[in-house]
Design a protein around this ligand. Structure first.
Ligand SMILES: Cc1cc2nc3c(=O)[nH]c(=O)nc-3n(C[C@H](O)[C@H](O)[C@H](O)COP(=O)(O)OP(=O)(O)OC[C@H]3O[C@@H](n4cnc5c(N)ncnc54)[C@H](O)[C@@H]3O)c2cc1C
Length: 381
C-alpha cells in the first residue's frame, strides 16, 4: 500500500468492485480498495444472484434493466477471460391473492413503459413454463424471459480484475478501522495495515457501512437482517426459470449445474447472526415443496446465512457525510444489490467524475427519510 490515494473504496463485494472499475474507466485509477476478508466474502458470495427487471417502481425497473444490459456482456466489458454464467431463463412471479394479482398488473404497466418484455400468464401457461408447478391457490403470474441469474463470484472477479488492470490496488484481508477528518473534509483512512491519506472515501461495506459511517458522524438508518438460503443435490434439468412469490416470500431456481437454490424471507430482528437455523430449513423446504412438490425427494447439501442491509424503504442509500465531505456511504440494498450493482456503480462513478447521468443521484440521499420522499417498492421479497 502507498502513503496516499486519490480514492479509497471500502468493501470487496460487487458494489465496491464495480465502483472501482467504473471510476478507473473514467480515469480515476489511483484507487485503493480495502476488503477485510476476501473478495465476495460478504453478502455477494452468499446471495441467490437472481436478476430481474420485474419491479413495481420505475426506478428499480430502470436500475435492473440497465444493469442487465451490462451483465449481458460483462466479460467483454471488463476484459474477463472466463464466463460470468449469466443465464436468462426468465422469472415467473406468482400471485397468491387478488390484491397481489392486481398489483402485478400495475407493475406490468411500469415495466412496459420502459420497454421491458414482461407479460401476464394464466395458470395453464404458468404450468407450461414450469411443469412442476403446483398452481393451487395462485391467481396468475407474470413472466419475463430476459430475467435470470449469474455467478456472483465471477461477476465480482470480472470487475475487480478489470479495475486492477487499469491501476486500482486491491488490498484483501485489510480492514478500514477509523478515519481522520480535517477542516470538515475526509483526510485519511486508518486500516489494519496502517494509515492512508485520501480526499475521497466510498464506503461500500454493506451491513458494516453504517458503523463505519458513524465514525465520521454520518447517520445511515440501515440495519442488518439475517437471510438464509440452501442448495440441493444436482439433478437433471427440471426447470429453466426462477419462481418467486412476494406474498409467501420465497424464491427457487435450478442452476446450470442442476442443483436447486432457494430461500424464504421471513422478517427477523436485526442481528449479525451468521448461524443457520433448523426452523428456517424446515420452513423453507415446506414452503418450496408446496409450490414444487416434485422437489420433495431432493436432498439438501448446504444451508447458509447472509445479511441484508435493510433500509427503511428497502432501497439503497447513496449519501455524503455532512461533517466529513468526500466521505460517501453506499448501502441499504435490502436484498437486491447484486442485480442493480452495475448501474449503481455507473451512477456513482459518473457523479464523482463529474460526468452527466440521466438518473438523479440525489434521489438516493438519506434525507428522503426526513422529507418523506421515500423510494417505495411494491415488488420485494
Ligand atoms: C441469502 C441472500 C440472498 C440474496 N439474493 C439476492 C438475489 O437473488 N439478487 C440480488 O440482487 N441480491 C440478492 N441478495 C443481496 C445481495 O447479496 C447484496 O445486496 C449485494 O451482494 C450487496 O453487495 P455489496 O458489495 O454492497 O456488499 P457485500 O458483498 O457484503 O460487500 C461488502 C464487503 O465489505 C467488507 N467489509 C465490511 N467491513 C469492512 C471494513 N471495515 N474494512 C474493509 N472491508 C469491509 C465485507 O467483508 C464485504 O466483503 C441476497 C442476499 C442474501 C444474504
Amino acid at each position: 500500500m502507498k502513503k496516499g490515494y486519490d480514492a479509497v473504496i471500502i468493501g470487496g463485494g460487487i458494489v465496491g468492485c464495480a465502483t472501482a472499475f467504473e471510476l478507473a474507466k473514467r480515469g480515476v485509477t489511483d484507487v485503493l480498495l480495502l476488503e477485510k476478508g476476501f473478495l465476495t466474502s460478504g453478502a455477494t458470495g452468499r446471495c441467490g444472484a437472481g436478476i430481474r427487471q420485474q419491479w413495481g417502481s420505475e426506478l428499480n425497473a430502470r436500475l435492473a434493466l440497465e444493469s442487465i444490459r451490462i451483465f449481458e456482456h460483462l466479460e467483454e466489458y471488463t476484459g474477463y477471460q472466463r464466463s460470468c454464467e449469466l443465464h436468462q431463463g426468465g422469472y415467473l412471479l406468482v400471485a397468491y391473492s387478488e390484491k397481489e394479482w392486481a398489483q402485478f398488473q400495475e407493475n406490468l404497466k411500469v415495466q412496459h413503459s420502459l420497454g421491458i418484455d414482461a407479460r401476464a400468464v394464466d395458470l395453464k401457461e404458468a404450468r407450461e413454463i414450469v411443469p412442476l408447478l403446483n398452481t393451487d391457490g395462485m391467481y396468475g403470474a407474470t413472466f419475463c424471459q430476459k430475467d435470470g441469474h449469474a455467478n456472483p463470484f465471477h461477476c465480482t472477479q470480472a470487475y475487480a480484475l478489470g479495475a486492477k488492470r487499469m491501476g486500482v490496488e486491491i488490498a484483501a484481508y485489510t480492514a478500514a478501522t477509523g478515519f481522520r477528518v480535517k477542516d470538515g473534509h475526509i483526510a485519511a483512512v486508518e486500516t489494519s495495515r496502517g494509515t492512508v491519506e485520501t480526499k475521497l472515501v466510498i464506503n461500500c461495506a454493506n451491513t458494516r457501512a453504517p458503523g463505519l459511517a458513524r465514525l465520521v458522524g454520518q447517520d445511515i438508518p440501515v440495519c442488518s437482517e439475517r437471510h438464509q438460503a440452501l442448495v440441493t443435490e444436482p439433478v437433471a434439468p427440471l426447470m429453466d426459470c426462477m419462481v418467486m412469490s412476494f406474498l409467501r416470500s420465497y424464491y427457487v431456481q435450478q442452476t446450470p449445474h442442476g442443483s436447486f437454490v432457494m430461500g424464504i424471507g421471513p422478517r427477523e430482528a436485526p442481528s449479525f447472526n451468521f448461524q443457520t437455523s433448523w426452523q428456517n430449513l424446515e420452513r423453507c423446504c415446506a414452503v418450496i415443496c408446496e409450490a414444487l412438490p416434485a422437489l420433495r425427494s431432493l436432498r439438501v447439501v448446504r444451508h447458509w446465512a447472509g445479511q441484508y442491509d435493510l433500509s427503511p424503504d428497502r432501497n439503497p442509500i447513496i449519501d455524503e457525510a455532512e461533517q466529513a465531505k468526500g466521505f460517501y456511504t453506499v448501502c441499504g440494498f435490502s436484498g437486491h444489490g447484486f442485480m442493480v450493482a452495475p448501474r449503481v456503480a455507473v451512477l456513482i462513478a459518473n457523479y464523482l467524475a463529474g460526468e452527466e447521468d440521466s438518473l438523479d443521484i440525489g434521489r438516493f440521499s438519506a434525507k428522503r427519510y426526513e422529507t418523506g420522499e421515500l423510494l417505495l417498492e411494491p415488488a420485494v421479497v
